[in-house]
Design a protein around this ligand. Structure first.
Ligand SMILES: [Cu+2]
Length: 155
C-alpha cells in the first residue's frame, strides 16, 4: 500500500517535471523568435524601398549620407528579370568587362534574386561622398532607362 502511494507520488512528480520542461521549451521558443526580430532591427539600417521595372529604377529619395546604414529593399514590378547595382556612373559603352563592373559595385542584387515579382534586399553604408548610380546592367536595360543618379553627402 505504502509502495503504491510512493509510486503514485513518483508518477505525479515526474509528470510535473515533464510539464515544467515542456513549458520551459515553449517559453524558450517564444523568446527565440522576437530575439531574431530584434537582431534584424538592431542593425538600425534605414529602409529604402526601391522599385524596378521596364525600364526604370525608382527610389523615394536620391540623396544619402555617409556613414548611415541603408537597406535597399528592391521589388521587381516588371515582366522580366532585373538586377540592381549601386556603383559609380559608368556608361555600359565603356570597355569594362562585367567582372570589372561587378568589382566597382558597392552593392548588388543579382538577377537570380530579382525575377518578376521578386523582392530582395541589400544593405550598404556609403563611406565617401560622391555620385553613384542605381542601375540594372542586364543587356540593353541601362540604355532603356534603368538608371537613377544618387548623391552621397558627407556627414
Ligand atoms: Cu533590368
Amino acid at each position: 500500500m505504502r509502495l503504491k502511494t510512493l509510486l503514485i507520488i513518483a508518477v505525479l512528480l515526474s509528470m510535473a517535471l515533464l510539464g515544467l520542461t515542456y513549458s520551459g521549451a515553449i517559453s524558450f521558443s517564444e523568446t527565440a523568435a522576437p530575439a531574431a526580430e530584434r537582431n534584424q532591427e538592431s542593425t538600425g539600417a534605414v529602409v529604402i524601398p526601391v522599385e524596378v521595372g521596364e525600364w526604370y529604377v525608382e527610389l523615394p529619395q536620391t540623396t544619402f549620407k555617409v556613414g548611415v546604414p541603408y537597406r535597399f529593399v528592391v521589388t521587381n514590378k516588371g515582366m522580366v528579370t532585373h538586377e540592381l547595382m549601386i556603383m559609380p556612373p559608368v556608361e555600359p559603352s565603356s570597355q569594362m568587362s562585367m567582372e570589372e563592373l561587378d568589382k566597382m559595385a558597392l552593392a548588388m542584387i543579382e538577377e537570380e534574386d530579382l525575377g518578376p515579382g521578386a523582392t530582395a534586399s541589400v544593405e550598404v553604408t556609403f563611406e565617401q561622398p560622391g555620385q553613384l548610380e542605381a542601375s540594372c546592367r542586364l543587356p540593353g536595360h541601362y540604355e532603356a532607362g534603368m538608371k537613377q543618379l544618387l548623391t552621397v553627402e558627407a556627414k
